[in-house]
Design a protein around this ligand. Structure first.
Ligand code: ZN
Length: 157
């Protein structure tokens, strides 16, 4: 089984290299289930003009589409670099079982991809964040929450 882990990670790394050649960021990701690749992707932020098109996010979207479920339990993700806070959250929301990564956050920081400030922002009080967060219309928004609570045919996730 160890060979499979290495094989999948080498594929993620290979994707990260291919991506640089295509004008994307140097990040690749592979999602596998039961020893088989379900999806693979690389960073396409600059190619698609999509700031959320990180390798892991795109691989999660494709895996969910292919497996026809929002619950990726039983899957593993192989990321060529330690996931950023956005992808970290997405991995938890997707309920992926295990995360393998090759290079680290500080390796990425060394070449200009610094996501440590986002980790810091999360723990900061709302008023001290570098992007302004303002609360409006809480009462009106809660209507949807009430509707959700009362709905009997909802798909829980
Ligand atoms: Zn990310």
């Amino acid at each position: 089984m160890l060979e499979k882990y290495l094989l999948f990670m080498r594929r993620a790394i290979e994707l990260s290299l291919e991506c640089v050649k295509r004008g994307g960021g140097p990040f690749g990701a592979v999602i596998a289930k039961n020893g088989k690749i379900v999806s693979e992707s690389c960073n396409q932020v600059t190619i698609l003009n999509d700031p959320t098109a990180h390798a892991e996010i795109s691989a999660i979207r494709e895996a969910a589409r292919k497996l026809n479920t929002f619950d990726l339990s039983g899957c593993e993700i192989y990321a060529s670099c330690e996931p950023c806070p956005m992808c970290f959250g997405a991995i938890y929301w997707a309920r992926i079982d295990r995360v393998f990564f090759a290079s680290t956050r500080s390796d990425a920081e060394n070449i200009g991809f610094d996501d440590s400030f986002i980790y810091e922002e999360i723990s900061r009080p709302v008023r001290e964040r570098s992007i302004e967060f303002k609360q409006l219309l809480r009462g009106e928004a809660l209507e949807a929450f009430r509707a959700w609570e009362e709905a009997e045919d909802k798909v829980k996730y």
